[in-house]
Design a protein around this ligand. Structure first.
Ligand code: AHG
Length: 337
């Protein structure tokens, strides 16, 4: 049998990375392994989502007599479960839960990290078979180790992230994560049930031709944003265009595509949502970290996203993220960040 030993699994890769840090404890690798495990379980359920009418709708009783949970609640429970039972996480914050959760036991109180996640982003797309995703963000806690973690651990600026990543449940399932050293992507090989390194050292192209924004809200955006969108529409061959508009309404899929191909994703504030729609801690910060490590930029239109000091767990933000030169062109309208 021909086994391609050039292909590293997620575990092999994170362990290999550890060798560069003789003092590393392996806690981050263990955390990533836990996240990988939860996402494989979620992946199985996402793949069955189309069968919901046959097996029973959310809130009903399935053929085994068990409650059928909504997929986003299922995903939330999976991530909570693996992180609680692991050895590296002192507590979690989730887009699905009003408050953060402290894992108040001896091992967890001695753990180095807290994790924030959006268990199933774009869940409005589940019914129509469009890619959805999980987003996560890892912080070193600032509270004293040996004691339960505190709210301050969760309200850290995004520039203090140790790692961030996402899982995209799409035509194939991928886990992409970033540390300060780089961004790497792993594709799930269903035949062995492992994430395998498929996109090493991802770099976001400096410029692309894709802009992603909800055009339906165009007249609700501030004038500078409208002007920039207008510029995108008028691009010609001579000015770096023409541009293509691509907007799925599932940020994980939209930003993933733009990260690989080059592009800009925008969710500006609107008249109806003056603070924006996306959550700073669960959606904007992790993607800002990933895209910046890959060479791109991320702002709220006024400030670098990663420098915003959060005051609330579920704080919302306008969000602009993507290829460096496209972001700089946007800034020529909204003001330099
Ligand atoms: P939800 O998880 O409630 O489906 O929200 C998805 C998020 C994000 O992933 C996406 O880019 C954005 O909301 C889409 O919002 P609009 O439909 O307002 O464009």
């Amino acid at each position: 049998m021909n086994i391609n030993r050039n292909v590293l699994t997620l575990d092999e890769f994170t362990i290999q990375q550890l060798r560069n840090f003789p003092n590393a404890t392996g806690e981050l690798s263990s955390l990533l392994r836990d996240i990988g495990l939860a996402s494989k379980r979620v992946n199985v359920e996402v793949n069955k989502a189309g069968l919901v009418d046959i097996l029973g709708d959310a809130g009903s009783i399935n053929v085994q007599g068990e409650d059928v949970k909504k997929l986003d609640i299922f995903a939330n429970n999976q991530f909570m479960g693996v992180l609680k039972h692991g050895i590296s996480c002192a507590g979690v914050g989730s887009e699905e839960m009003d408050d953060f959760v402290v894992f108040d036991d001896e091992v967890s109180n001695n753990s180095k990290y807290v994790v924030m996640f959006d268990p199933l982003d774009g869940s409005g797309n589940i019914d129509v078979n469009v890619s959805i995703g999980t987003i996560f963000s890892v912080y070193r806690r600032v509270s004293e180790r040996g004691k339960p973690c505190t709210k301050e651990d969760f309200l850290q600026a995004g520039n203090r992230q140790v790692a961030a990543g996402y899982v995209i449940y799409g035509s194939s399932t991928m886990l992409v994560y970033a540390t300060r050293r780089g961004v790497n992507g792993f594709t799930l090989d269903p035949s062995i049930g492992e994430f395998c390194l498929s996109h090493p050292n991802i770099k976001c192209p400096e410029v692309g031709r894709i802009y992603s924004v909800n055009h339906g809200n165009f007249f609700q955006y501030d004038e500078p944003v409208r002007q920039y969108i207008d510029t995108c529409q008028r691009k010609t061959k001579d000015t770096g265009g023409p541009y293509t508009q691509r907007y799925i309404g599932s940020m994980v899929a939209d930003v993933h595509r733009n990260l690989i191909k080059g592009g800009i994703f925008m969710y500006p504030n609107t008249i109806d949502k003056p603070k924006g729609k996306l959550r700073l801690l669960y959606e904007c910060n992790p993607f800002a970290f990933i895209v910046e490590v890959a060479g791109g930029k991320a702002t709220n239109g006024k400030q670098r996203i990663l420098d915003v000091q959060p005051t609330e767990l579920h704080q919302r933000s306008a969000f602009f993220v993507g290829s460096r030169l496209m972001m700089e062109e946007l800034e020529s309208y909204t003001g330099k960040v």
